[in-house]
Structures are given as C-alpha cells and as structure tokens.
Design a protein. Sequence first.
Length: 183
Amino acid sequence: MDKIQTLLIILLGLGVFVWRMVQKAREMAASESRERPALPKAPGLPTTSFQDLLEQMKSQNKAGNQPQPTAASRPTTPAGRPLPREQAPVPRSLERTQVEPRSLETIPPVRSMEAPIRLPRMAASLPRTTALPAREDYWTRQAAHSPDEARQNARRRVQAMLRNPADLRAAFVLSEILKPKYE
C-alpha cells in the first residue's frame, strides 16, 4: 500500500508539472501575439495589363544589355595592378589510375587427352648434391657446342614435338594467335 501511495504522489506531481508548462506556453503565445506588430496587408493587383508589363521589361533589357565602358580591358588586382598573363603548368601525376583487373585465382592447366602424361622423375636419376661439379668453364662448353650443332638440335626437338597431334594442334593455334601481331 505504501508503494502505491508513493507512485500516486509521483504521478500527481508529474501531472501538475505538465499542466503548469502548458499554461506557461499559452501565456507566452498570447503575450507575443499582443507585442508583435500587425503584419501589413498584401498589395493589391496591379492595374497595368500584361502587354504594358512586357513592353516595360523589354525596354529595361535593352538598356541593361549595353556594355559598360571599362578603364582597362585587362583584368586587374584589387590594388589596381594588371594581372600577369602567365599560366601555371598543368600538373601531371605518375600514378596509374587505370589498373587492369586481374583475377588472383589459379586457373587449372588445360591438358589435351591425347598428350602423354609425364612420368615423375625418380630421385635416383637426379644428380647428387654431394658430388663435385665437373671442371668445366665457359670456353670449354662453347667449344663443345657449335652454332650449327645447336641449330640442328633445336630443329630435332621441334620436329619431335610436332609428331604429337596435341602439340601440333597447340602450335597451329599459337601461330594463328601470333600471326596478326607479327605481320
């Protein structure tokens, strides 16, 4: 019972507070309306016709379109000095704003079903890291390989690759792609 009585007292106090605020707002609005000067009445409609107004506007436009004489044709600073005729250089940026979009996803390799699958190399056939390298230098390797022999080896490798139908098809497609570029 004590809690209900306290709650009612709080609600009654809140109601009195709101009532007083509303009364003050009404009094304030009434006093402002008494103190505020009356608004002037709107002017009546003009007695002139549309044609008269149009003629008046045309004459004002003709008078306003005449160029006003200026002391100097060049623009001047507020102090009266003429502005310099130089122009600032156009800034250029080395930043690339046009970046080609490129996917970071890996594309699975395209493989022909006719191409033979390479067999993995066994570790037994790989050279050992503990073995000492052969005592060859640049000049002995150059003497062993003549340009004609290198050309013959390259020709043999290309002919061997072109015997496979998948490699032959890939070479033809590559030649069709590169033909417009190098013609």
